[in-house]
Design a protein around this ligand. Structure first.
Ligand SMILES: C[S@@+](CC[C@H](N)C(=O)[O-])C[C@H]1O[C@@H](n2cnc3c(N)ncnc32)[C@H](O)[C@@H]1O
Length: 318
């Protein structure tokens, strides 16, 4: 398959031409659907509120993070004696809430007020629980994270988490990944010496190769059927963006099966396709280390899994 893409920055759309083997040339105009800016000026893909609303449905009940996910995250943090956690992509609060319920002290930030609204709502409704009363939620973006919340960092957090394929939302606007490096460096500054950064991304090596995204997410237990239509955009011959159109059937499931009244909710999110080897180098640079660190594929060691959906990097700050 060959693809070309030109970006018209004035009108904010992409012309995308793709030719699949054995098929005719196709041409699409792909428009971004949400043009909002977060308070600090980073483009907020969740600004139209549409994805935020449906995200809650996509991830399912907040209590139903898959057991594997919960065991992995909570187990890893406990094993390392982490108590004070900074969730830098808290979104609607799904990880933060799970960690609060498990007895961790959590500070949560996100650039999208539309996403934070759900986290703040939960904090308010559970404010009589001491852990929720102490839950700190702030709007901040990764590019200015240390400036935004430096006063709360002190000696550093025991662990910083950036999960749910969040980091890939940050695009490479200059072609040299400088903003992604700046964001990682800000994460590093928030980790105490001996503390951890846990950061994940989908397996973009495989998505770019196959042109497909698995619709069942290993993190969530949603009972609603989701399809993800994937488009890979190339710039100068290199994959520069992956767009995922989510189609979620929000008709109420009945007895485990859909009730037949199809009610499809649709939203689009765009991601930078992080290739594993490049991401590893960038992370080592941010943590000023040449040493290898732990990488998991779908919560397993990499030698135990063939093609993972997600890579989870666990870096310790020296
Ligand atoms: C896919 S959601 C995941 C949220 C949550 N971790 C989960 O798993 O449900 C990604 C989140 O990253 C946030 N985000 C994207 N770019 C950001 C940036 N530059 N600074 C802060 N947050 C950002 C978005 O606003 C969004 O809430």
């Amino acid at each position: 398959m060959s693809s070309t893409c030109t970006k018209n920055t004035n009108s904010n759309f992409f012309f995308y031409r793709r030719q699949k083997a054995n098929s005719k040339m196709t041409e699409d105009v792909i428009r971004t659907k949400s043009l909002g800016l977060s308070a600090e000026g980073v483009r907020d893909q969740y600004a139209d509120g549409k994805a935020a609303k449906v995200w809650e449905i996509f991830i399912g009940d907040k209590k139903s993070r898959t057991e594997n996910y919960k065991n992995f995250l909570v187990g890893m943090l406990r094993e390392k004696g982490c108590k004070k956690i900074l969730d830098v992509a808290c979104g609607t609060g799904v990880d933060s809430i799970m960690l609060l319920e498990e007895g961790f002290e959590v500070t949560s930030v996100d650039a999208s007020d539309k996403m934070l609204k759900y986290a703040l709502k939960e904090r308010w409704s559970r404010r009589r629980e001491p852990a929720f009363d102490k839950w700190v939620i702030e709007e901040a973006n990764w590019l200015t994270l240390y400036d935004d919340i430096g006063h709360m960092v002190g000696g550093g957090f025991d662990a910083v988490i950036c999960l749910g394929n969040s980091f890939a939302h940050m695009m490479d606007n200059f072609g040299d990944q400088r903003e992604q490096k700046q964001a990682l460096s800000n994460f590093e500054k928030c980790v105490k010496p001996g503390g951890l950064l846990l950061i994940d991304h989908r397996n973009y090596d495989h998505i770019v190769y196959s042109g497909q995204t698995p619709s069942k997410c290993i993190y969530y237990n949603s009972s609603h059927k989701t399809d993800i239509k994937t488009s890979v955009l190339y710039e100068a011959g290199k994959p520069a963006m992956v767009m995922m159109d989510y189609f979620i059937n929000i008709a109420q499931p009945m007895g485990g099966a859909m009730n037949g009244n199809s009610n499809i909710n649709e939203f689009r999110l765009s991601y930078y396709p992080h290739m594993l080897e490049v991401f590893k180098r960038m992370l080592k640079e941010a943590f000023n280390t040449k040493q290898d660190y732990k990488i998991f594929g779908d919560f397993k060691h990499l030698n135990e899994i063939d093609i993972p959906n997600f890579y989870i990097h666990v870096v310790e700050k020296k």
